[in-house]
Design a protein around this ligand. Structure first.
Ligand code: ACM
Length: 526
């Protein structure tokens, strides 16, 4: 067998045997073998059938053919493939011109794929990707990307061959809301850093980015009617760093960038607690009208907006109006967590006044699950962040018809340490090794919250201890792909034992992308 493998004229059929465990004995074989097959993809597709005889090899003449609706995704795909291949990969519209092609087509897909799903067929003569929408094509492109060698992620031309693993895929998500949260309030991350994270999460078919834009230690979004929120409240960060904020122009650009990756931004203004930065910026927001100092420590639960002052609701109305105008998505997140400095009665009063403001500006509410106790409208989405399997308020909200976003802190909080010696992160919700982060299910975690009550899954990343993009990466990788899979893949297709093997195959890709990931000993990294 090794002799046959060393023969360079071999067809892809034999070469692809290498991927099933045979040693590669010739450099030619190493360069043409498929590193991964359709059954290795993360998140695991609904249906995937590898066909090692159907590998497709990109060549300098390959074109990306799209219809009009697929054009932007085609350009995105070309942008992914050009740097490492050095091929032209022109994006052409229509059916003219023969030759090998990656074809992206909207319409003509099975009804099963819905708005985000796709059908992919890789054969020796080309790649066909079909979906109902450009969003579906984008999902399919993320799968296609993983069927190429990891070197495709390189930013400079690599002299080698580019084999797409053959086979067919039919795929669509279990949940329509698959989110990652980034806390830009405790530490500020620049637009470029947020865009980098957007690209990192998009490759695993995450479709929502929740930005935690305000907290005790910093306010990060320009509000034109309350300018000091940004120019004063934006000056601080945990530990005394320089802080920062997004101008509305920068924020709009971020939202548009996310949209180009089929990601919806959900902005959060946390209230009535976690508001010290706002109240430091404007003394009139304090009950006694007196200035308060900035805070850069990581205590929680000490701040509260002044519930019985009219100006509080002028402030909230102005902020949510401006934020709604910057937000094409349907949700505004109004926080609501850890309002320990607000009495229970005041918390209810506040909720009753603020909920209609969100509706007035044409948006729906999301917020931490603490809002479940205020009997919010059924369109509101409480986000579960508890650590135990019972929460009467959340179960009652689910029974009333509210959909629940699942991010149990002891499973999904990516700011939790992996182990006691992890140099970054916190541990109040527990230690979250890769298996712990993967091995749970959003439809069975919480009593009274089953499949039909769950809108989706979020992986939050709080930033008390995170300052750089490397820090973000170290906490998000390798856990994030697991949350993406929990949100996308059929429950029955997921087992830790199989996942850890697939996850191991992702690491060369992260190396190429420059992602600084945690090398958990639970996974035999490649
Ligand atoms: C939270 O972790 N305070 C939502």
């Amino acid at each position: 067998m090794s002799k046959r493998l060393s023969t360079t004229v071999l067809g892809v059929a034999v070469l692809s045997l290498v991927t099933f465990g045979l040693p590669a004995t010739a450099s030619a074989a190493q360069h043409t073998k498929a590193e991964r097959t359709v059954t290795d993809v993360i998140p695991a597709p609904v249906e995937a059938k590898a066909d090692p005889r159907a590998n497709f090899r990109l060549n300098p003449a390959t074109v990306i053919r799209t219809d009009r609706d697929g054009r932007q995704v085609g350009e995105y795909l070309a942008g992914l493939l050009r740097p490492a291949t050095g091929y032209r990969l022109p994006v052409v519209t229509g059916h003219r011109g023969g030759g090998p092609a990656i074809s992206l087509e909207t319409g003509h897909a099975s009804d099963r794929v819905g708005t985000e799903g796709y059908q992919l067929k890789v054969s020796s003569s080309g790649v066909s990707l079909r979906a109902k929408t450009d969003k579906g094509l984008f999902s399919g492109v993320q799968t296609l990307r993983q069927l190429l060698p990891s070197a495709i992620e390189a930013t400079t031309v690599q002299k080698r061959s580019w084999v797409v693993s053959g086979g067919t895929v039919l795929d669509y998500p279990r949940f329509g809301y698959r989110s990652a949260m980034l806390d830009v309030a405790r530490h500020f991350f620049t637009p470029a850093q947020v865009k980098l994270y957007i690209d990192q999460i998009a490759q695993y078919k995450i479709n929502t980015l929740h930005l935690h834009l305000s907290d005790d230690q910093g306010w990060r979004i320009e509000i034109k009617s309350w300018p000091k929120l940004a120019t004063v409240g934006g000056l601080t960060a945990v530990g005394g760093g320089p802080g920062g904020y997004y101008t509305q122009e920068q924020y709009k650009d971020l939202v548009a960038y996310a949209a180009s990756r089929h990601i919806t931004v959900v902005p959060e203004i946390d209230m009535p607690g976690h508001t010290n930065a706002a109240q430091h910026s404007y003394a009139e927001l304090n009950c006694d009208g007196k200035p308060i100092p900035a805070r850069t420590d990581i205590e929680v639960g000490y701040s509260s907006l002044c519930i019985n002052k009219d100006i509080t609701y002028t402030f909230v109305d102005d902020v949510l109006r401006e934020l709604a105008a910057l937000t094409p998505g349907k949700y505004l997140n109004i926080g609501g967590d850890e309002a320990h400095a607000t009495t229970p009665e005041d918390y209810q009063t506040f909720a009753k006044k603020v909920q209609p403001i969100v509706a007035k500006y044409g948006k729906q509410i999301t917020g931490w699950h603490d809002i479940a106790k205020t009997n919010p409208p059924v369109s509101a989405v409480p986000q579960f962040w508890g650590t135990t399997g019972t929460d009467a308020n959340v179960a009652a909200a689910a029974a009333r018809g509210n959909k629940i976003l699942m991010s149990p802190a002891n499973k999904a909080y990516m700011d939790m340490k992996y182990h006691p010696q992890t140099p970054l992160g916190l541990s109040w919700a527990g230690l979250i090794e890769v298996k712990t982060g993967y091995d749970w299910d959003p439809a069975t975690y919480l009593q009274g919250v089953t499949e039909q009550n769950v809108i989706g899954v979020e992986a939050p990343l709080w930033s008390e201890t995170l300052v750089t993009s490397e820090h973000i990466e170290f906490m998000a990788f390798p856990r994030l792909p697991g949350y993406a899979e929990i949100g996308w893949s059929p429950k029955d297709s997921r087992t830790w034992d199989a996942y850890r093997l697939r996850l191991a195959k992702q690491s060369p890709r992260w190396v190429q992308q420059g992602i600084d990931f945690y090398r958990s000993t639970q996974v035999d990294w490649q």
